[in-house]
Design a protein around this ligand. Structure first.
Ligand code: HEM
Length: 152
């Protein structure tokens, strides 16, 4: 009859071996299958902060829409936008600002206003060398917000 200990030691040894490989990064199924998030591909929070800031600079110089921002607390807006983009692209942030409907209520924004802001974002992403594929992925995250932003 096999000693109960020996029937335990084998699986334990195998487990320990797999764990060691996993720690060594050789047998880490998760690390192998997980592709980088859009957040990571964009360059994380510093890169997103720069893109948002440059977008706001573009908006401030954009006579089509800058009047909407005349009384806006710009540092607060930038902080909220960074958290929103960070969270939306899979980053470790939490957006705690207003809903898109609440934030734009009473502004009566139209599609042209929306497209102008998107252009200002694209300009910022271009100047920060964000590859077109990543630009489109970010725009695809923002596009569904349009109905909550315009005609409110
Ligand atoms: C997908 C497009 C958009 C997104 C993701 C977005 C996002 C945001 C966010 C996160 C805030 C801050 C909310 C808060 O304070 O809690 C905000 C505020 C604001 N947004 Fe937008 N926005 C978009 C489109 C637009 C457009 C097209 C305009 C005007 C052309 C605009 C004008 C404003 C203004 C003026 C504020 C500040 C309101 C205030 O002073 O409190 N937004 N937006």
């Amino acid at each position: 009859m096999r000693h109960p200990i020996s029937s335990l030691t084998k699986p334990l040894a195998v487990t320990a071996f797999v764990a060691a490989l996993s720690v060594a990064g050789l047998f880490n199924a998760q690390a192998q299958s997980t592709s980088p998030t859009l957040y990571e591909q964009l360059g994380g929070k510093p890169a997103i902060t720069k893109v948002v800031h440059d977008m706001v600079v573009n908006v401030a110089a954009d006579n089509r829409i800058n009047h909407f921002f005349a009384k806006t607390n710009i540092p607060h807006l930038e902080k909220e936008l960074v958290n929103q983009v960070c969270e939306g692209t899979g980053g470790p942030c939490k957006y705690t600002g207003l809903s898109m409907k609440q934030a734009h209520k009473g502004m009566h924004l139209n599609t042209a206003d929306f497209n102008a802001l998107v252009e200002d974002l694209q300009k910022s992403m271009d100047s920060n060398n964000v590859p077109l594929g990543l630009q489109n992925q970010l725009l695809a995250i923002l596009a569904p917000m349009q109905p909550d932003v315009v005609h409110q």
